[in-house]
Design a protein around this ligand. Sequence first.
Ligand code: ASP
Length: 320
Amino acid sequence: MTTVDSLSAKDLLGIEPLSRDEIQLILDTARTLSDVAKHPIKKVPALRGRTMVNLFYEASTRTRTSFELAAVRLSADVVNINVQASSVVKGETLLDTARTLEAMTVDFIVMRHGSSGAPHMLARNLKASVINAGDGQHEHPTQALLDLYTVREKLGSIEGKTITLIGDIQHSRVARSDLIAFTKMGAKVRFCGPPTLLSADFGALGAEVHHDLKSALTGADVVYVLRLQFERHRMGLMPSVKAYTQQYAITSERVKWAKPGALVMHPGPMNRGVEIAPEVADGPTSVIVDQVANGIAVRMAVLYLLEAGRTKRAAAGGVS
Ligand code: ASP
């Protein structure tokens, strides 16, 4: 049981500021809201009259669509801004764009941006609630929340589990958010990858750092494969993709090093045959498709609970 009934902050910018109770509340609310997808009419009126804008400065199919469906299922109106075709290409600053949107009385801005901290800057300057849908190499909080939800649904609990994330940790906002989220909820997090894609500094943040795949997978409850983020690589980080694959790709042989029945996860999009073998991605313990489905329920919960917080602050006479 949690003692909170809404999110206390105006925005969701990362996992770091969330309390354990707030995370628990998001997961419990997502469980309730996941039923909406099973109804013949997949909609509840919780956000009727509210408007959400998807403001994506980096490519995304999964996350953008997931936020859109989450908002629609709560009866909000949704506008998608295609940044390539907007005034941004004419040189409008990020803040000008956001202020323009706010002048149109937008309630939620879901933002993805290549620079770490971009959504934080918007949040400080706008009355709308800002949700971080991935900022540079920093955080991707709703991905971590849907990962927690998926593990809890599949394994019954998070506490005491060992989660091993493998691959391009250095460039991964998912790895950072997952580390904070799983550690906060009582799990042990291991990071594994070649030294050029995983610096020892992560040890100070609470992760167990491994460069040897077998030792990283031994005893793991979850094998979490990350994408090689070629678009963020500088030259010389890897001798070759082939060398990476030979040493670190998750194949059906290697997955057996983890606990029997260990879950296989990936945030998408996958480079099949590079970081993960197709037979593992589609194998019996893969929950990659469940992650996608759970993403909608978790994002519904985030929107719903931010709205509950806004309503509470407005009732208390503060600025909503
Ligand atoms: N979709 C995730 C992200 O936006 C993971 C990835 O791109 O590899 O960070």
